[in-house]
Design a protein around this ligand. Structure first.
Ligand code: CMP
Length: 137
């Protein structure tokens, strides 16, 4: 069993895609063990994406991620990190496979609807950024 962090980004929430994303998780036997609606401050968004602090898109990304509410979720299941990334599709929606969340709904490399941890150590950091152990079922 593995856990991963999923975020429905501000563009996904604004477009009314919360139900659609959760439906895809449930249809793929992914269990949600923690969930909340969060509006990050710019500082919180910078802390979350600190690994990208030297990238040219850092300022824009953290402005976007603090621009409105996000849904943050902890997902649980066998190989759920990889499974979630397959459901999301490539970061660049133009390269995402047909039927993935980003291919279906993203409009921009930055406004790409969802985020998902990419490895066990990033999942541990990202889950801990938003949830305490007591918050998770
Ligand atoms: P995410 O999976 O949340 O991880 C980092 C985010 O940076 C990415 O999705 C995009 O929203 C954003 N981003 C913006 N520009 C780029 C880029 N050129 N390459 C990768 N990620 C980018």
């Amino acid at each position: 069993m593995e856990r991963t962090l999923s975020i429905i980004k501000p563009d996904g929430v604004k477009k009314g895609l919360i139900g659609e994303v959760i439906k895809r998780f449930e249809a793929n036997n992914i269990k949600i063990v923690g969930m909340k609606l969060v509006k990050m401050t710019k500082k919180e968004a910078k802390g979350f994406y600190s690994v990208h602090s030297k990238r040219p898109f850092f300022e824009s990304l953290t402005d976007f991620m603090s621009s409105g509410p996000c849904v943050v979720m902890v997902l649980e299941g066998e190989k759920v990190i990889e499974k979630n990334r397959k459901l999301m599709g490539a970061t660049n929606y133009k390269e995402a496979k047909e039927g993935t969340i980003r291919a279906d709904f993203a409009t921009d490399i930055e406004k790409n609807v969802v985020h998902g941890s990419d490895a066990p150590h990033t999942a541990a950091f990202e889950i801990g950024y938003f949830f305490q152990g007591i918050d998770l079922l």
